[in-house]
Design a protein around this ligand. Structure first.
Ligand SMILES: O=C(O)CCC(=O)C(=O)O
Ligand SMILES: [Fe+2]
Length: 204
């Protein structure tokens, strides 16, 4: 059992200090393996759909994003998925106790970016409801190398003008979290399939 409070605290500190938080063992290696095999099973069973853009995700637009997704649902969750959802609920509780954000619930999906696909620079709130307060991505990749590509690029406005770009490797077990309305970001193409759980923590 992972002691989660220090992880939660460093995510929040990161968001407040630099605009995004990163922790490297949000999931243990065993949890990454379990969730990755669950993702692969569901994908093999044909449960994934091409992700869309715009509210309701109606339009599939490969020039903007090329991932395939499957929404997680407590009603159909396996024990390993339920454990993940439970940890996200703990994070929501922690954020509400320490930052008074008034988060109410989460929406989370598996994502698979096939080789060569990407998600162009965007803000997560543009296409959805304003209840999305925090974005989070948890990576499920095995032994990801910088040469595999697929980095998450985050664009940070600088006080003196201009911006700084930071590249984050999608390493298994790593979780990235940021303000959905503030941080522009992009998924770069990779030379391997790139696997994750992505989601939003929402206010009422
Ligand atoms: O997978 C990532 O690193 C980011 C995904 C993303 O930006 C999104 O789904 O909105
Ligand atoms: Fe995004």
């Amino acid at each position: 059992m992972i002691d989660t409070e220090p992880l939660f605290e460093s995510l929040i500190d990161g968001i407040l200090d630099t605009g995004y938080g990163v922790v490297d063992s949000f999931l243990s290696p065993d949890e990454v393996i379990a969730l990755r095999s669950q993702l692969q099973k569901r994908q093999a069973a044909g449960q994934f759909r091409e992700a869309g853009i715009g509210s309701g995700q109606a339009a599939v637009e490969k020039a903007i994003r090329g991932d395939e997704i499957l929404w997680l649902d407590t009603a159909t969750a396996t024990p390993e998925e339920a454990a993940f959802l439970e940890r996200i609920d703990q994070f929501i509780g922690y954020v509400n106790r320490t930052c008074y954000l008034g988060l109410r619930d989460s929406e989370l999906h598996y994502a698979r970016y096939p080789v060569g696909t990407f998600y162009k620079r965007h803000l997560d709130r543009f296409r959805a409801d304003s209840r999305r307060r925090l974005s989070m991505i948890c990576y499920l990749n095995d032994n990801w190398q910088p040469t595999d590509g697929g980095q998450l690029a985050v664009y940070l406005p600088q006080a003196e003008g201009g911006e700084q770009t930071t590249l984050i490797d999608p390493i298994g077990g790593r979780l990235v979290c940021f303000d959905s309305g503030l941080l522009e970001h992009e998924v770069l193409p990779a030379t391997r399939d790139r696997l994750s759980i992505t989601g939003w923590l929402r206010t009422a």
